[in-house]
Design a protein around this ligand. Structure first.
Ligand code: DGL
Length: 258
């Protein structure tokens, strides 16, 4: 059986990329809800419904586990999904905890980049509260990056002016760690690194989620001997290449650059 991956769009591919590194013999189904992307600027109830419908579809496709590779969807509906299905459902959340741990002893702060909805949600606020040191955590929604990624627009001439404008009110020297709290953002890690001062760390939850997935499959003795095949669906419709690039490996190449 294969593993389902779900996101509003191509952001989830940044998590699948990590999963493929440590689970190369698994087969995958990747579902992008491209009819409804972006989630991050919509109302919570609307997004909840999209995710429930998509996961209902994926659950009928012979999957042994599901990764909700979307911080926004995770924050809204992960508990509800877990109650509904008997296969493991993993989510992803902004990696605030490791970011705070890295602050230890430094007179610096953490900047969390995510969608508006993720940052507004109770799950995020509870997370920051639970970890403590909330006074050292700033946040910024960057919906433009979701749009750039969906349009496969990685040209820095377009992306850099957007980021510089959004970050213009922040003193970038006060941060030692930036959390990429949206799965669309790792495509822009290289660009962000060039904007932030040298030495700033960038972290996302994707490695942790991939490791968790491996641990769960191992504990259930469910490791496959497949080929790393990926079947793609766009909002319930099977597609050969959901990314309109000649193949998704080009996306992985961007992620391999740093
Ligand atoms: N990739 C998603 C996330 O991690 C959401 C992007 C969007 O649809 O706005 O939050």
């Amino acid at each position: 059986m294969r593993i389902g991956f779900f996101d509003s769009g191509i952001g989830g591919m940044t998590v699948l990329h990590q999963a493929l590194r440590i689970l190369p013999t698994e087969d995958f189904l990747f579902y992008a809800d491209t009819s409804h992307v972006p989630y991050g600027e919509k109302m919570k109830e609307e997004v909840r419904e999209y995710v429930i419908n998509a996961v209902d579809f994926i659950a009928n496709q012979n999957v042994k586990a599901l990764v909700v590779a979307c911080n926004t969807a995770t924050s809204i509906v992960i508990e509800e999904l877990r109650k509904q299905y008997d296969f493991p459902i993993l989510g992803i959340e902004p990696a605030v905890k490791p970011a705070i741990e890295e602050l230890e002893g430094k007179q610096k702060k953490v900047l969390v980049l995510a969608t508006s909805l993720t940052l507004k949600e109770k799950k995020y606020r509870d997370l920051v509260h639970r970890i403590g040191h909330g006074e050292n955590v700033d946040s910024l929604p960057l919906p433009g990056l979701v749009q750039f990624a969906e349009n496969l627009e990685f040209d820095e001439n377009k992306v850099v002016p957007y980021l510089e404008k959004e970050l213009s009110l922040f003193d970038l020297h006060q941060y030692s760690t930036v959390v990429l709290g949206c799965t669309h953002f790792p495509y822009f890690e290289g660009t962000l690194r060039r904007i932030f001062p040298e030495g700033v760390d960038f972290i996302s939850g994707s490695v942790g989620t991939a490791k968790n997935l491996k641990r769960i499959l191992e504990s259930k003795d469910q490791i496959n001997q497949g080929t790393g095949n990926i079947e793609f669906f766009k909002s319930g419709i099977k597609v050969e290449d959901p990314l309109t690039l000649s193949n998704y490996e080009k996306l992985f190449k961007i992620l391999d650059e740093f």
